[in-house]
Design a protein around this ligand. Sequence first.
Ligand code: 6PG
Length: 246
Amino acid sequence: MTTDMRHAIVDVLETADAVAMRMAELFIRTVKEKAEGKARIALSGGSTPKKLFTILARPDMAGQVDWSRVELFYGDERYVAEGHADSNHASARELLLSRVSIPAGQVHPMPTATTAAEDAARYQGTLQKSYGATELEPGRPLFDLVMLGLGTDGHTASLFPGEPVLDEKTAWVGVAAPSTAPHERLTLTYPAIASSALVVFLVTGENKVPMLARLRQGDGSIPSGRIVSEGKILILADRAAAGELS
Ligand code: 6PG
């Protein structure tokens, strides 16, 4: 079964806080329902997930997660020094990872220490080691949950318009050098994201109205519109992004 964006489930919630809370509940459920082994989860970047991280770090929420059964990865990373203010990992570490009992060896930041191409290959090796194979096997998803954001130019992860990585069919991790956003980046590719049991887009704010409308139509002319999943795709949006503010 492959789900494309035209068949995504859309849940419009009142506020950005409600979106973050619903995502936190889904995160908790994903780990609880993981039958055996660790739940492999890819975190999204940017500012939207910050509310989620803050909610998940709350003792009443973090206490519902068996962190020993969680393995965290990233959907993308800005190619900046470790700890840089624009680093997605630095943000997740500050708001969530430093506040919960996930074993350090189960958090996999994207490396940014050599060259983007070398570090992309290195991260692919990390994913393959966790997955236990070098080829993605249909029916055995790499990720139990992939969280994605939506850019105002229609990008997701760091799959930006016009980037060669959009055409990547085999590598699991690629490089992007967008003209519409700062920094070179590492990103999961379409095949890696497709190897998932559940993809959840988090989309909030009025500035996302045009692209959310195109995403919901499965508009393949924007990178996010081309996302598919072996499992399900859910869009969690607030009313502002859905254009439903009176
Ligand atoms: C990144 C993200 C990117 C982000 C969107 C939305 O590293 O920038 O992964 O895909 O999700 O640009 O960003 P906001 O959440 O800040 O609107």
